[in-house]
Write a protein that binds this ligand. Structure first.
Ligand SMILES: CC(C)(COP(=O)(O)OP(=O)(O)OC[C@H]1O[C@@H](n2cnc3c(N)ncnc32)[C@H](O)[C@@H]1OP(=O)(O)O)[C@@H](O)C(=O)NCCC(=O)NCCS
Length: 327
C-alpha cells in the first residue's frame, strides 16, 4: 500500500503581539509568574477583523505554494478547530469559498488541541481508500482569543491565535517518506477539566456571555497531559518497533514548557530533540503542531528523510501522535 506524504506545509500567526507585560496591565499577574509556570513570553492575537477562516486561508495558501499545486487541485478540505467563524456551516466551507475551489467536500473536525493529529488521520484514510482524491488540504486553526475570559488570569495567559496547514497526497514514487502511523485517543470522563460551552446546552437562556469562555482545572489538565502524551509516545514507538533514538525531532503540543520537560524526562527524550516555539506563540490549540512543524522545517531542524514524532493533547480529553518520515 502506498503511503501518504506531506506534500506541502505552511503556517500563519497574526501580526498583533500580546506580551506578558501587556497582560500585567490586564489581570493580576507578572511576567515572572507566566514565564516560570509556562515558558510563554508572548502570543499573537487576531485583530477584530481577522477570523479563523482568514488565518486558515493564509496558512493554506503557503501550504499550496509549498506543495506546488493550484487551488483547483485540492480535492477535500478539513479544518480542525474549536473556534469556527460560525456555529454552522463549517469553517472549511468558508475557507473553500475564500480560496476559490468550490464544489469539493469540506468539513470541520473538533478535537480541541489534538484536532490536527485527528484530522491528518482522517485525511490519510480518505487518500488511502478513495483513489479519486489526490490532494487533501488539512488545516489546524484556532482563534482562542475569542473564547478566553480576559479576566481569568489562570487561563488568559496561556493561549494565542494561529493556523497551520498541510497538503497531504499519496506518494507516487515509493520514496519511503510519509505518514508511517497515527494513534489517537480520548477520555470523556475528563470533559469538565477543559471545556467551553456550546449552543446545544440545556437552559440556554440562563447562559451568560462569561459562561461561554474556556474553563479549566489547570492542575488536573497538567497531570493528564504528561501522562497521556508520554504514554502515546511510548505506544506509537513500540508498535512501530522504533526507539526514541530513531526520531530526529519531536514536535510536542506547545502548551507549557513544564509539561514538555516532564514528558522528555519520563520518556527519555533529550531536550535538544524537542522543538519548542511556545515562548512566542503560546498555546494555539489545533494550530500548535502544524505551526511548530513548519517552523522546525524552516529552521532546518528537520531534514529530508528524518523521522519526526508529533504528539498532542487537548480538551476532551483527547490525545494523539503521528510518526512522519519527512519527504
Ligand atoms: C495553569 C497552570 C500554569 C497553573 O500553574 P500551577 O502551578 O498549577 O498553579 P495553580 O493553578 O496551582 O495556582 C497557583 C497560584 O497561582 C495563581 N495564579 C494562577 N494564574 C496566575 C497568573 N496568571 N498569575 C499569577 N498568579 C496566578 C493561582 O490563583 C494560585 O494562587 P493561590 O495559591 O493564591 O490560590 C498549570 O496548571 C498548567 O499549565 N496546567 C495545564 C494548562 C494547559 O496546558 N492547558 C491546555 C492544555 S491543551
Amino acid at each position: 500500500m502506498k503511503r501518504v506524504i506531506v506534500k506541502g506545509i505552511g503556517s500563519h500567526i497574526p501580526d498583533c503581539v500580546l506580551s506578558n507585560a501587556d497582560l500585567e496591565g490586564m489581570v493580576d499577574t507578572t511576567n515572572e509568574w507566566i514565564v516560570s509556570r509556562t515558558g510563554i513570553e508572548s502570543r499573537r492575537i487576531c485583530l477584530d477583523t481577522e477570523m479563523t477562516s482568514d488565518i486558515s486561508c493564509e496558512a493554506a495558501k503557503k501550504a499550496l505554494e509549498n506543495a506546488n499545486i493550484a487551488v483547483c487541485d485540492v480535492d477535500l478540505i478539513i479544518v480542525a478547530t474549536v473556534t469556527p467563524d460560525m456555529q454552522f456551516p463549517a469553517t472549511a466551507c468558508i475557507v473553500q469559498e475564500k480560496l476559490g475551489c468550490v464544489d469539493i467536500p469540506c468539513f470541520d473536525l473538533s478535537a480541541a488541541c489534538s484536532g490536527f493529529i485527528y484530522a491528518i488521520d482522517v485525511a490519510r484514510n480518505f487518500l488511502l481508500n478513495n483513489p479519486v482524491m489526490k490532494n487533501v488540504l488539512v488545516i489546524g486553526a484556532d482563534r482562542f482569543s475569542s473564547i478566553v475570559d480576559w479576566e481569568d488570569r489562570s487561563t488568559c495567559v496561556l493561549f494565542g491565535d494561529g493556523a497551520g496547514a498541510v497538503v497531504l497526497a499519496r506518494d507516487t514514487d515509493d520514496s519511503g517518506a510519509g505518514i508511517l502511523d497515527v494513534l489517537i485517543g480520548a477520555d470523556g470522563r475528563c470533559v469538565r477539566d477543559l471545556y467551553c460551552l456550546g449552543w446545544g446546552v440545556a437552559d440556554i437562556e440562563k447562559i451568560e456571555k462569561k459562561d461561554r469562555c474556556v474553563r479549566m482545572e489547570g492542575r488536573a489538565v497538567f497531570r493528564e497531559a504528561i501522562k497521556r502524551m508520554s504514554a502515546v509516545i511510548e505506544d506509537i514507538l513500540l508498535r512501530n518497533e522504533l526507539a526514541v533514538e530513531d526520531v530526529a525531532c519531536v514536535i510536542p503540543h506547545q502548551a507549557n514548557m513544564r509539561i514538555i520537560t516532564a514528558i522528555a524526562d519520563r520518556v527519555g527524550i533529550s531536550e535538544e530533540k524537542m522543538f519548542i516555539n511556545l515562548q512566542r506563540t503560546g498555546n494555539t490549540s489545533a494550530a500548535s503542531i502544524p505551526i511548530a512543524i513548519d517552523e522546525a522545517v524552516q529552521a532546518e531542524r528537520v531534514q529530508s528523510g528524518d523521522l519526526i514524532l508529533a504528539v498532542s493533547f487537548g480538551g476532551g480529553i483527547t490525545w494523539g501522535a503521528a510518526l512522519v518520515r519527512w519527504k
